[in-house]
Design a protein around this ligand. Structure first.
Ligand code: CUA
Length: 208
């Protein structure tokens, strides 16, 4: 899905570039010609063309966009569920499939960071998930609006008090995946990062 999002971005950017070049050429050419039409008051023909052509262009963007929108909402038989709750200003995680596994995940302050740490991005307790597994993500908040966002996974879900939002993803490789809160939630909004540690199923079960 992240790949499809990238393709859609490229597709839309290409259309934007074509429009920019066309309009740019037409505007600049106005500066360099001396033609005048003393009798032009209106022209129904050109009005029809420059109304319908942009409408068709918009359809070429809207249809792939809708396709992606519904594709992103599809939950395909997840193997595990991870629930996260946004707090001021940290995330807490609950692995509800297992007995009781809950923990808070705070950013590591710069002065406590190791030399190889990721400044403003690393957390004390990372959310560990198995790779090549469909994961259901449940997102909520305890106090104000937050947003659980990991760009590399194509995931961005608002955390709303009193609501439980759902999304899903599959990580196809091991490693660290960083994200940040993206809903203005107070003084330390910038300091509640998200870290997913993607590991093999075996390692994950051992960790559980
Ligand atoms: Cu939580 Cu911004």
């Amino acid at each position: 899905l992240m790949e499809q999002l990238t393709f859609f971005h490229d597709h839309t950017m290409l259309i934007v570039i074509m429009i920019t070049v066309l309009v740019g050429y037409m505007m600049s050419s106005l500066f360099f010609n001396t033609y005048t039409n003393r009798y032009l008051l209106e022209s129904q023909g050109i009005e029809v063309i420059w109304t319908i052509l942009p409408a068709i262009t918009l359809i070429f963007i809207a249809l792939p966009s809708l396709r992606l929108l519904y594709l992103l909402d599809e939950v395909s038989d997840p193997a595990i569920t991870l629930k996260t709750i946004g707090h001021q200003w940290y995330w807490s995680y609950e692995y509800s499939d297992f007995i009781v596994l809950e923990f808070d995940s705070y950013m590591i302050p710069s002065n406590e960071l190791d030399t190889d740490g990721f400044r403003l991005l690393d957390v004390d307790n990372r959310a560990i998930l198995p790779m090549n597994t469909q994961i259901r993500m449940l997102v909520s908040a305890a106090d104000v609006l937050h947003s659980w966002t990991i760009p590399a996974l194509g995931v961005k879900v608002d955390a709303t008090p009193g609501r439980l939002n759902q999304t899903n993803f599959l990580i196809n490789r091991p490693g660290l995946f960083f994200g940040q809160c993206s809903e203005i939630c107070g003084a330390n909004h910038s300091f509640m990062p998200i870290v997913i540690e993607s590991v093999t199923t075996k390692t994950f079960i051992k960790w559980i």
